[in-house]
Design a protein around this ligand. Structure first.
Ligand code: NAI
Ligand code: MG
Length: 348
């Protein structure tokens, strides 16, 4: 029986994860669950945001269902003890190099998008973001120049193996959709991007059925708000992916609707809503659990080979939204629990 590690975390993390768990329980999928503390909750109980038991459970489990970390009580701690280090540590320790971020507008939520409804309606894309390399993990620091000036530096780097493996995830993802892959880089200026483009083209030889195209990141940012419907699957590096995926998610409506997956390429993954712990609404039953519920659906599809159950959950969320179920972020009055109930009722 597959084991799911539930790492609910801080703030609204436990509230939304509880609803995802209720949806999974309702489907009778023969899953077992084990929970562990992470983030500020773990720091307060055990003195570290990612205790060894938590990491061990995440490794042992077939998949991790993650809530969110972040706790205002921990803001003054040294960086390595902050709750947010837990999610960075999990990605690194578990080798979760591929971040899938679908962004689509659910029918009925046109008014929630920052784009005009007729444009917002066309968004239905997946960003495949590299997650364990790039400028985030290169040499960095603040040093003093010969002239006595402080100088910050962060090295951007990718080797060809890192590029090839994320490119393959991009091509494979494209095959499950429209067989179109757009690679986003800044090859007109950056050598790292030139290598990126060269390697993506080399890998494309193995995917003759997928139409590959390229775009510079600045143009991609513009096109995303001009005509999001032109995008289907986008593969890009860590920094560009960070920025473009946040931009895409806002085009698609509330942050409370969007799930994500972080994958190791061998079926193991961590699934989480894209939002954080939302301390401003924590404990008030106001959080939208749909992003967490949709993350559970991604887990069933990508780690547990249960695509039918994933489809059922996604259809139930769409039906609940179309039927008018709305938490406050969507302009409604439902509590977190009531939104979970609406999704469960739509499971049929
Ligand atoms: P946030 O995503 O927690 O909240 C941003 C805004 O969106 C807030 O107004 C919040 O109320 C609202 N919001 C978020 N999720 C919602 C939901 N499900 N339903 C309704 N409204 C929702 O981002 P913020 O405020 O920048 O960060 C809060 C904490 O979360 C920080 O400690 C941050 O470091 C952490 N964080 C953790 C992440 C993770 O665990 N992967 C990701 C992003 C932030
Ligand atoms: Mg971000």
């Amino acid at each position: 029986m597959p084991l799911i590690a539930i790492l609910a975390g801080d703030g609204i993390g436990p509230e939304v994860t509880a609803e995802a768990r209720r949806v999974l329980d309702r489907l009778d999928l023969d899953l077992s669950f084990d929970e562990a503390l992470v983030g500020g909750a773990a720091y307060k109980a055990a003195g570290h945001p990612l205790p060894p038991e938590t990491l061990a459970l995440a490794r042992r489990a077939d998949a991790v269902l993650f809530g969110a970390v972040g706790d205002p009580d921990c803001d003054r701690l040294e960086r390595h003890l902050r709750p947010e280090q837990a999610i960075l540590g999990l990605r690194k320790e578990l080798g979760l190099f591929a971040n899938l971020r679908p962004a689509k507008l659910f029918a009925g939520l046109e008014d929630a998008s920052s784009l005009r409804p007729e444009i917002a309606r066309t968004i239905d894309m997946v960003i495949v973001r590299e997650l364990t390399g790039d400028v985030y993990f290169g040499a960095k620091g603040i040093r003093t120049t010969a002239e006595g000036l402080r100088e910050g530096h962060d090295e951007m780097r990718y080797d060809e193996a890192e590029i090839a493996r994320i490119a393959r995830v991009g091509f494979e993802t494209a095959r499950t959709r429209k067989s179109k892959l757009l690679s986003v880089d800044k090859a007109n200026v950056l050598e790292t991007s030139q290598l990126w483009r060269d390697v993506v083209i080399e890998v494309s030889a193995d995917y003759p059925d997928v139409a590959l195209s390229h775009m510079y990141v600045d143009n991609a940012a513009m096109q995303l708000v001009r005509d999001p419907g032109q995008f289907d699957v986008v593969v890009t590096g860590n920094l560009f992916g960070d920025i473009l995926s946040d931009q895409a998610s806002m085009c698609a409506g509330s942050i409370g609707m969007l799930p994500s997956a972080a994958l190791d390429g061998q079926g193991h993954g961590l699934y989480e809503p894209i939002h954080g712990s939302a301390p401003d609404i924590a404990g008030q039953g106001k959080a939208n659990p749909c992003a967490a519920i949709l993350s559970a659906a991604m887990m069933l599809r990508h780690s547990l080979d249960k695509a039918d159950a994933a489809d059922r959950i996604e259809a139930a969320v769409a039906a609940a939204i179309l039927g008018g179920a709305r938490t406050p972020d969507l302009g409604g009055t439902l509590t977190t629990r009531a939104m979970g109930d609406a999704v469960i009722a739509s499971l049929g």
